[in-house]
Design a protein around this ligand. Structure first.
Ligand SMILES: C[C@@H](NC(=O)[C@@H](C)NC(=O)CCCC[C@H](NC(=O)C[NH3+])C(=O)[O-])C(=O)O
Length: 351
């Protein structure tokens, strides 16, 4: 069934609400075949008063997890990794529980504790302490395994950055090649994602980009410009830089079967509900959301200091949307920005 046309006015209204709640700027781009709809609001740089525009690059945070999942699942298709083998078969140093499988890592069911809970307990001091740091995968895994598992491996969904750091370590240990090379050769180059890069541990963003502004825990204090950082605390769990057009092309290509063989795409899109109402689900490095009109879209969200991202597409990849608000540590803005999904795919602004 054809989708209703995107409600561009509703997208603009969502942006305005996000700005009223503290975001300096917001952008949304919808792509459907040759057609695109673009909405940019507010500022990309609050010091220079540069207006936001939809071509600007930004840090995509956990949307990176879908890129990592594609690389891993291509290795599965190539017979180099077995989804249901113990992760320890492919790691230089063992995780504390042999029962953790590669699939557990991809579906956030390993039980591994998320070290960012401690790292960013105090938002700005935590960020300032790591923004110029370079971590090894093992250092991050060690931060996690210093704590007990949240659950028995396989028993429950429990979102953890540690899972996709371990997957980055697996990719590099199995292939002897950095994840940056795999992203470039397996995804960025074939899809011509010219505005997408993985430059860890470089702290700067090349080309035209939006600056990011982190809200302090004491919300009466001014926003902190958090644009420059290594994102080494996340790496294969959150350090990709991209823009809306590229993210739309990536998710559209993924769901229309251009990046993975049918068997691996089926594994990736086998979703498990993660909310009581069943409207949110998780597959392998992929989020599912069932919207107010009943349409289910597939993609990922992202949160990195100064940047909230939503990047989703329809099950056939025909229509894709990417939205950014250039602030974070502001749950109200994050929730508000999610309403661009309904406006883009259901054609209505949820009342
Ligand atoms: C949730 C999101 N996950 C991600 O994108 C990953 C990469 N980000 C995080 O785990 C958030 C780290 C803290 C951000 C900081 N918050 C604090 O420091 C809170 N004390 C901030 O909001 O910028 C996802 O999967 O959609």
């Amino acid at each position: 069934p054809a989708l209703p046309a995107p409600d561009v006015a509703a997208v603009a209204a969502v942006h305005r609400t996000a700005l009223s709640q503290g975001a300096p700027g917001a952008l949304t781009r919808i792509d459907e075949g040759p057609r695109s709809y673009r909405v940019a609001t507010g500022e990309a740089d609050t010091a220079a008063h540069t207006p936001m525009d939809t071509g600007r690059r930004f840090r995509v945070g956990s949307v990176s997890k879908t890129f990592t999942s594609v690389v891993l699942l291509q290795l599965v298709a190539e017979g180099k990794v077995d989804l249901d083998a113990p992760a320890n078969r492919y790691l230089p140093e063992p995780l504390p529980d042999e029962r953790i499988t590669v699939r557990h890592l991809l579906s956030h069911r390993s039980g591994l504790y998320d070290y960012t809970n401690d790292m960013f307990y105090n938002t700005v001091p935590g960020f300032e302490a790591v923004r110029n740091k370079v971590f090894s995968y093992q250092e991050l895994i060690d931060l996690s395994t210093a704590r007990p598992l949240n659950n028995t491996p396989g028993a429950a969904y429990s979102y953890s950055n540690t899972n996709f750091v371990a997957l980055g370590a697996i990719v590099e240990h199995v292939t002897g090649t950095p994840v940056a090379t795999h992203y470039q050769e397996r995804i960025f180059t074939p899809l011509r994602l010219k505005h997408t890069s993985y430059v860890h541990p470089r702290t700067t963003i090349s080309g035209s980009y939006a600056r990011g502004y982190l809200r302090q825990d004491d919300t009466t204090l001014p926003l902190v410009d958090s644009t420059e950082q290594t994102v080494s605390w996340a790496q294969s769990a959150g350090a990709v830089i991209s823009n809306a057009k590229d993210l739309n092309r990536f998710f559209s290509a993924l769901l229309s079967g251009k990046l993975l063989p049918e068997e691996q795409l089926r594994e990736m899109t086998t979703m498990v509900p993660v909310t009581a109402d069943g409207k949110q689900s998780y597959g392998l490095g992929l989020r599912g959301r069932t919207l107010s009109c009943g349409t289910t879209v597939y993609g990922h969200t992202g949160t990195v200091q100064g940047y909230y991202t939503y990047a989703f597409t329809t099950s056939d990849g025909r229509r894709s949307m990417a939205s950014l608000a250039n602030t974070s540590n502001n749950g109200t803005v994050n929730t508000t920005l999610g309403a661009t999904l309904d406006a883009s795919f259901c054609g209505t602004d949820p009342a």
